[in-house]
Design a protein around this ligand. Structure first.
Ligand code: FAD
Length: 87
């Protein structure tokens, strides 16, 4: 019998798990109480926010930041922003 993984929350952690399960062809459903992914970044952070850690510590699995990404990533260039923009 195949199991279905339930992921609660579409923040960076939930999206990271989602990417890994997808690539392993493990079935999953992701539940998010807000109407978007990365709700902390999208709804509860200020426009001028830059991540406090350098970019190599802030990438999602299988989604490295391009070389052109600034070392301290602005809010709209985070991995979760890219994920959201890609649909
Ligand atoms: C100013 C600032 C700077 C930061 N800089 C960095 C940085 O440089 N690098 C870094 O790695 N991190 C940084 N962080 C922290 C970063 O925001 C968190 O590490 C990250 O958001 C944690 O991701 P998460 O998915 O675990 O949790 P969250 O982002 O909190 O996501 C949890 C998700 O679960 C959803 N949820 C909660 N409860 C339920 C429920 N019962 N049912 C359904 N959905 C639910 C929420 O709506 C949310 O979308 C920073 C944070 C701040 C505030």
């Amino acid at each position: 019998m195949e199991s279905l993984v339930v992921i609660v929350g579409a923040g960076p952690s939930g999206l990271a798990v989602t990417a890994c399960l997808f690539l392993l062809s493990v079935p999953f459903v992701i539940l998010e109480k807000e109407d978007c992914v990365a709700s902390l970044r999208r709804k509860r952070s200020y426009d001028r926010l830059k991540l406090h850690l350098t970019k190599q510590y802030c990438a999602l699995p299988h989604m490295p930041h391009p070389a052109t990404t600034p070392t301290f990533i602005p809010r709209e260039q985070t991995s979760t922003a890219t994920w959201h923009a890609s649909g």
